[in-house]
Design a binder for this molecule. Structure first.
Ligand SMILES: [Zn+2]
Ligand SMILES: [Zn+2]
Length: 350
């Protein structure tokens, strides 16, 4: 059984219990689907509408997966051919990523790689806005959003979020800067399924939105560039981030070491940040998963087979710590993700 040391939730979930009281995971609307059966082509550097890299194939040829409708869980990811235990199924680059607020100067501002202990920090920015980048490549790729971000005063927005322990607004801020700079499209997350929004969440989100908007207005960003920045946009993006964000926990070491074991028992060295992916978000949950998502040393996700998988079998990952007992898993999945788990393991009472 898989287990991840020190972590309860692999995938982010609703942060508070009361919000989830009236939940149900609505099936995705047909318009938000890639299509009912979309084979994924293996061209390197496939580019989504937002300009973000969605994945790169593990080896030559397309990744052995397709996204199709499941019988009862909306869309899911299926194997297109047999996959061996331990095989790398595909990798995925984040559409949006952001370091944990407490690690801002300790992990790369772009890819979330930890700064080495002996490494001389190569910082960008001035005074209040200092960022660490692990490489020229990361610095170069950040130019767009950073050019916008560094013109704005974020103290009110960030203080508001830090005081409340909110992590997702940092992803919204990053995305907003990417959109203004033209490096992402405003609708790039629309394909993801949104969380339900309850009236009691509205006020908090409205406050956040007003602070975010104010930062842009004060910096006199051109009106046309921030026309997308409406309450509707903010709520829509946050609703998607809330159930689709992954907490990125890097394991260090080499991928080869991990491959030698078909187990997912990987000791993670705590979260370095949060990130949104496209393909990994299409994987459904199972308490006894046949696939696993791992991060070696940065936010590039690797999807790995935990056992032999047959062609046309659905690939599923575990959203939570699978070592918990049934009752705890059911409770967490219900409050965090809004569904009752009917996987084989849960049905067997394990
Ligand atoms: Zn980096
Ligand atoms: Zn289950």
């Amino acid at each position: 059984m898989s287990s991840v040391a020190g972590s309860v939730l692999r995938r982010s979930a609703r942060p508070t219990l009361h919000r989830a009281a009236a939940l149900s995971r609505s099936p995705p609307s047909s318009s938000s689907l890639l299509s009912t059966s979309t084979s994924v082509s293996g061209q390197s550097g496939h580019v989504a509408s937002g300009g973000a890299e969605v994945y790169t194939p593990a080896a030559s040829g397309p990744p052995p997966i397709r996204v199709s409708m499941t019988e009862s869980s909306g869309r899911g990811v299926f194997a297109t051919r047999p996959i061996g235990a331990g095989d790398l199924i595909h990798t995925a680059s984040p559409m949006v990523a952001h370091p944990s607020a407490s690690l801002l100067h300790k992990v790369c501002y772009k890819c979330l790689r930890r700064r080495g202990s002996g490494e001389i920090p190569a910082l960008s920015g001035s005074n209040d806005n200092v960022y660490y980048f692990c490489s020229e490549k990361c610095r170069e790729r950040s130019k767009g959003f950073l050019e916008v971000e560094s013109r704005l005063n974020w103290s009110a927005y960030e203080n508001h979020c830090k005081e409340r322990g909110l992590k997702y607004p940092f992803l919204v801020k990053r995305l907003a800067c990417m959109v203004v700079s033209g490096t992402a499209s405003e609708d790039c997350l629309d394909i993801l399924q949104p969380d339900s929004i309850y009236p009691e969440m509205m006020r908090e989100m409205e406050e956040e939105f007003e602070l975010l908007k104010l930062a842009f207005v004060k910096a006199t960003i051109e009106d046309a560039l921030m026309a997308f920045l409406t309450k509707h946009w903010y709520f829509g993006v946050l609703a998607r981030i809330r159930i689709n964000a992954f907490r990125v926990e890097t394991v260090g070491g080499s991928y080869e070491d991990l491959l030698t074991s078909a187990s997912s028992s990987v000791a993670a060295d705590s979260a370095v940040g949060n990130a949104i992916y496209m393909l990994p978000s299409f994987y459904n949950h199972d308490c006894d998963p046949n696939a696993h998502i791992i991060w070696i040393d940065n936010a590039a996700a690797k999807l790995k087979a935990l056992r032999n998988i047959e062609a046309d079998e659905e690939l599923r990952i575990c959203y939570i710590d699978a070592s918990m007992d049934r009752e705890a898993r059911q409770s967490l999945l219900s409050t965090g993700f809004g569904f009752e788990c009917n996987c084989c393991r849960c049905m067997s009472g394990d």
